[in-house]
Design a protein around this ligand. Structure first.
Ligand code: 8DG
Length: 134
């Protein structure tokens, strides 16, 4: 990771042939847009540990982090200062949105392009619509 660039991790939770999308409450520029839940990796934390922590904090679920959903350039571009890595995750727990989200949605494959995704996630959703799911 280049200096000054923070890594964001996001999880694609699949259950019963549906994928979980969550609707952000903040910041104002992203509120109301949908994402794959996750957050920023803290110093000294692995991406996998960060993802498990974020999903526990934000949705109250314990997850098993699986394979990475690879981007063409190694990670998904968000902005000049943020890059994102995306992983399949599995969980038997029911997600309950806290402060960071105000809605959840379980999307079928044919619905993946329906939500107003945060800009960086449009390409992720398009890829997921095309490839096999675990
Ligand atoms: N969590 C998540 N963030 C995404 C996705 N796509 C995308 O562009 N982002 C952006 C939104 C934010 O600018 C950044 C993630 O920040 P965040 O606010 O979720 O991270 P965090 O929970 O660690 O929050 P904080 O410590 O900065 O308050 O990445 C995504 O699919 N999931």
């Amino acid at each position: 990771m280049a200096p000054g660039v923070r890594l964001v991790v996001a999880g694609v939770l699949v259950r019963d042939d549906r994928i979980l999308a969550t609707r952000r409450t903040r910041p104002a520029a992203l509120a109301g847009f949908w994402e794959f839940p996750g957050g920023k990796v803290e110093a000294g934390e692995t991406p996998v540990a960060a993802l498990a922590r974020e999903l526990a904090e934000e949705l109250g679920i314990g997850v098993t982090v699986g394979a990475e959903i690879e981007a063409a350039q190694g990670s998904w571009p968000i902005s000049e200062t943020l890059r994102m890595r995306v992983f399949w995750v599995a969980s038997g727990d029911e997600p309950h949105p806290g402060d960071a989200h105000d809605a959840v949605r379980w999307l079928r494959r044919t619905e993946l392009t329906d939500p107003d995704w945060v800009p960086a996630d449009v390409a992720v959703a398009a890829l997921l619509a095309e490839r096999p799911w675990p």
